[in-house]
Design a protein around this ligand. Structure first.
Ligand code: XMP
Length: 521
């Protein structure tokens, strides 16, 4: 087993980044809401059970002196486990241990310069006393008086107490955010805490993860259990399938449903990799007619999603009944879906009802196998490569469950879907050829039921329009349109018009999210 660092979340938008920066340094960590440490007896139990080598207290949007502000039991600091307090975590540490926290006259948001007053130890182990560090800060409160036993380790123009520590108790605090990239030496400072203060061994690697995960799947499924896995061709289900296959071989059956709204060559690619290369028991279900019949004449985006979700579950259910003794269903659930993060946000509106296979487990009475529950997306990609999946599959851009159905506006017939599929494939080829594919969140085509007049050769054309969409995003929640080079846009446009019958005009979508959404429907 590997060492563990515990990150307690106080609702900071950067909490997941803390975990990422720690794991990048080969140290395993988990995020838990601060509420797990609210109660003194629970804290002892938690630390006794998890045996963390260190605890990180995240930032958060509250003020420690406010009524009802998130807090933890003071006992946490008395268990001999090193603690790193970041921003709100630093203020809370100060308050709980007898320091003073107030609203600051001069708030500190964005870039700041910190002067290190005590280098050579703690988080500043690799920094010299007197050196200046560029950091990213975001706080309106600050620490006015240090708790007894604490030393002042860093300061900035707008914040006297940028850093403070009690080295003998291994408690270190910074008022800025070492986890964000705008703190250029942030990862190094976190590393100083992990390796210098906590004594981390750096024992978390993908190779060791594979071994552990394989053993866990074997233990869960037993010596005769069978697992079914819905393969979509996307990264998560592909990596989950490859991992489970490594654990239980032919007791895994994968079901790939061709719903008629997939990207070009997707079905063939999945078959080539899983059936031919990995020798997985793969059932490819040709359900194109069934889906397209159900979708005929449907133009309402929400209805499309519901129909596709419903049909998918029906097809999957029918197929899985034919697999004797299947008791488990594999899902590619990732860590960000699992983290029970502290949410300070109000209820959000449903903008689109995203289709996934969430309804399956209850309906089918299957137990879930979720071997990626502990991983972030980029770790899943690393794992995929480790398991031997090809790079182009592991780095595939996300593709929505309802597929081309929400990118083909207007009538959903085979002919128009083919037009879109071919145009979309050209966009992918050109974006890949320009070396941009992996740095873009999503790039794709949308077929619009808008006909316009054109001229090709000497002939008049009257055909539909393709919108090219390319966005940068971190999680799909917000997005910026990509400033694609004109020559790439030019090549896409001329290839689509020359090679795809049915499109005579190409436009580029320059809407960010918000106010737009990434998909057109
Ligand atoms: P929107 O269009 O809401 O999309 O800005 C945000 C991200 O979610 C993807 N998306 C979906 N994924 N089922 C999915 O599995 C869906 O119904 C669905 N709708 C949108 C979209 O591709 C983008 O990455």
């Amino acid at each position: 087993m590997h060492q563990l660092v515990l990150v307690l979340d106080f609702g900071s938008q950067y909490t997941q980044l803390i975990a990422r920066r720690i794991r990048e340094q080969s140290v395993y960590c988990e995020i838990h809401p601060y509420t797990v440490a609210k109660d003194p007896s629970k804290v002892r139990e938690l630390v006794g059970n998890m045996k963390p080598i260190g605890i990180v207290l995240s930032g958060g949007p509250s003020s420690v002196y406010e009524e009802g502000a998130p807090t933890i039991a003071r006992e946490l600091f008395e268990l001999g486990v090193p603690v790193l307090g970041i921003c709100y975590g630093a203020q809370l540490t100060a308050k709980l241990l007898g320091g003073v926290v107030n609203a600051a006259d001069k708030r500190e948001y964005g870039r700041a310069t910190v002067r290190v007053k005590q280098g050579g130890e703690g988080v500043f182990r690799t920094v010299k006393t007197g050196d200046e560090l560029q950091v990213w800060a975001s706080h309106g409160d600050h620490v006015d008086g240090l708790p007894p036993g604490f030393a002042h380790t860093a300061e900035s123009d707008n914040c006297a107490m940028s850093g403070f520590a009690n080295a003998s108790k291994k408690i270190h605090c910074v008022q800025f955010h070492p986890e964000v990239v705008h703190t250029p030496r942030g990862a190094e400072l976190l590393g100083n805490f992990l390796f210098g203060v906590c004594g981390a061994a750096g024992d978390w690697s993908m190779a060791s993860f594979v071994e552990e995960a394989v053993a866990k799947v074997r233990a869960q499924v037993g010596s005769d259990g069978r697992v079914i896995c819905g393969l979509s061709g996307g990264v998560d289900s592909s990596v989950a399938a490859a991992l489970i296959h490594r654990a239980i071989g032919d007791r895994l059956t994968c079901i790939f449903v061709d719903n008629g709204v997939l990207r070009k060559g997707e079905r063939e690619q999945v078959a080539a990799i899983f059936r031919d290369h990995f020798k997985v028991d793969l059932r490819v279900i040709d359900a194109e007619d069934r889906f397209l019949n159900a979708l005929a004449d449907v133009t309402d985006p929400e209805k499309k999603r519901k129909i596709i979700g419903y049909e998918f579950i029906a097809v999957f259910d029918e197929q899985s009944k034919q697999i004797a003794n299947a008791r488990f269903l594999a899902q590619g659930t990732l860590y960000p879906d699992v983290i029970e993060s502290v949410s300070f946000k109000g209820p959000s509106h449903t903008i689109k009802s995203h289709h996934n296979v969430g309804g399956l487990p209850e309906k089918m009475k299957l137990a879930l196998v979720e071997p990626l529950r502990e991983l972030f997306k980029d770790e899943v990609r690393q794992l995929g490569l480790e398991l031997g999946l090809p790079k182009h599959m592991v780095w595939r851009q996300p593709f929505p469950g309802p597929g081309l159905a929400v990118r083909c506006l207007g009538n959903l017939d085979r002919a128009r879907l083919d037009v879109l599929r071919n145009a979309d494939a050209i966009i992918e080829e050109e974006i890949r050829a320009a070396g941009l594919y992996e740095s873009i969140w999503q790039s794709f085509g949308v077929l619009l039921p808008v006909k316009s007049v054109g001229v090709m050769g000497d002939a008049r054309t009257y055909e539909e329009t393709l919108a090219v969409r390319a966005v940068h995003s971190r999680d799909g929640m917000t997005a910026d349109w990509v400033q694609l080079p004109y020559d790439v846009l030019g090549r896409i446009s001329s290839r689509v018009i020359n090679e795809v019958r049915g499109i005579n005009r190409v436009v580029y979508d320059i809407t960010s999210k918000p106010p737009g959404t990434i998909e057109w429907e």
